[in-house]
Write a protein that binds this ligand. Sequence first.
Ligand code: ZN
Length: 251
Amino acid sequence: MPKLIYLGASSAIPTPQQENTHMVISGETRRVLIDTGHNPLLRLPQAGVDPLQVTDLILTHFHPDHVSGVASLLMNSWLMGRKAELNVYGLAVTLERARKVMEFYDWDTWPHFYPVHFNTLPAVEMTPVLACEEFQIFASPVHHMIPNIGLRVEFKSSGKVWAYSCDTEPCAEVVRLGRGADVLVHEVAGAGLGHSSARQAAEIAQEAGARQLHLIHYPTWNADPQPLVAEAAQVFSGAVDLADDFMVLDF
Ligand SMILES: [Zn+2]
């Protein structure tokens, strides 16, 4: 049964207990990492996922709390003996910057490097990202300070849906990504430019008709995120939980 594991739930400033927001979908044939945190080679084994078994990497947007671990992932996988290709997906501007970072590291001089394929996603709603026997993933642009995508994952055998707002102000694109979702995980970094409050996340989840709302990308540094649950529950009629590092969802 495919699983989705939150590898980090923190907003930009992490703590020793809570990493920056990123997650992995772990199926029989595909393991899809969504963003990297600082170094996914530390988090993935703790979640029971072999980093060398990661088949796909989706980069949502080029902010450090989401992609600073890209170079570590690529280099460490090579040092661990990776031979299999890795598919990387993202908007054009995101992939261009990821490639530039690797060029700064002179990765073309690293011998016998495994194939890395960059797959550019158009900034168009419900763009198919990848499909396999167990699930299919769609991306839509959301409203952040820089180009960014949210995701919808449809699991075929259970018929369940998980949707992810990524970093965004409240927007109709997330309502459509989360339409009828079993779980909508929405960021709650706080109301303001490019982000949302717990109340706003709850309004989006309510409008989308999601069954459960998970709050993610919440402040953890000198902050208690627990009151965010009550704030969201005032608006959203389904179950509300804080996403947490290493929380496992079965799909
Ligand atoms: Zn961001």
